[in-house]
Design a protein around this ligand. Structure first.
Ligand code: AMP
Length: 288
């Protein structure tokens, strides 16, 4: 695996790959790799002759009060993980390489970026949309891979790719979890022993909501209450618990078809998010 620092080196290497008609998969990341990242890499490696993983802790998607300085960084370990997953190029540019002096452009997605994470982290999705637009232009992959754990981020990226006619297919991969169900996240590293136990509250809230729906509950407000009650059992106060349409993220009143249940909560020093898709098949036509 080759580590690349500059856009010009990346471009010249990938030009050669493209001329040889090798397809390119891109996995954008902020590093501190865990099995969730690895699953994305393995998907890309299985499907493409060339896999590029970008490793860039993007400062513009962090608010001044966020955890940019504390964000876990270990490039050597990350390089080992990526290499063992079969990645060809690890693109790990400096901040100046991505945002040179005079940088003045922001990609801002309206609609799906405004709610949930967007409402609680002002400017976050502008940073995400801008850096992902840049990475897609730098790498020009055939397919870019993202995780369902960041369900809203995936929707924001699908929207920007469509709106800006970026010629890439977006693939969204399932959430990889710890054995007890906690969604893997680089931010889990912030959890001390007691908070690690409490962090399971998020998965428990999703489980409780899924059980309520399986038991016939169709009122979104009632499902939300069940999820909140499960969080409260672990003394976890959510920033939001929302039942929303999977495509527009508009709030829903009744469950019908697929609905996204998304939640965010602080557990000690870590701000964690998780989600599940609640599926109801009432009234669906019976196939012959
Ligand atoms: P990050 O490094 O946190 O920006 O994540 C890089 C990519 O990995 C994003 O597309 C995330 O959605 C994805 N990802 C993060 N955690 C998980 C997980 N537990 N399972 C699957 N994908 C994940």
């Amino acid at each position: 695996m080759r580590v690349i620092r500059t856009v010009s080196e990346l471009r010249s290497l990938l030009r050669t790959e493209r001329l040889a008609e090798r397809t390119i998969g891109l996995v954008p990341t902020m590093g501190a790799f865990h099995a969730g990242h690895r699953s994305l890499m393995e998907r890309a490696v299985a499907a493409h002759a060339v896999t590029v993983v970008s490793l860039f802790v993007n400062p513009t998607q962090f608010a001044p009060t966020d955890d940019l300085d504390a964000y876990p960084r270990d490039e050597q370990r990350d390089a080992d993980v990526a290499s063992s997953a079969g990645v060809d190029y690890l693109f790990a540019p400096s901040v100046d390489e991505v945002y040179p002096a005079g940088f003045a452009t922001t990609v801002s997605v309206a609609g799906v970026a405004a709610t949930l994470e967007g409402a609680h982290r002002p400017g976050h999705f502008d940073g995400v949309a801008t850096v992902v637009s840049k990475l897609l232009n730098m790498v020009q992959p055939d397919v870019a891979y993202f995780g369902q754990k960041d369900a809203q981020q995936a929707l924001v990226i699908r929207r920007l790719v469509r709106d800006l006619d970026i010629p890439v297919r977006i693939e969204v991969c399932p959430t990889v979890r710890e054995p007890d169900g906690l969604a893997m996240s680089s931010r889990n590293a912030y959890l001390g022993t007691d908070d690690r136990v409490r962090a399971i509250a998020l998965r428990r809230a999703l489980d409780a909501a899924e059980a309520a729906v399986a038991g016939g509950q169709r009122e979104a407000a009632a499902v939300e209450r069940v999820a909140r009650a499960a969080l409260a059992e672990y003394a976890v106060e959510p920033e939001y618990v929302a039942l929303v349409a999977t495509d527009t993220l508009a709030p829903v009143d009744r469950l019908d078809g697929e609905v996204l249940l998304a939640l965010a909560a602080r557990v000690g020093p870590a701000r964690l998010i998780d989600n599940t898709i609640l599926t109801t098949t009432d009234g669906a036509p019976v196939s012959a």
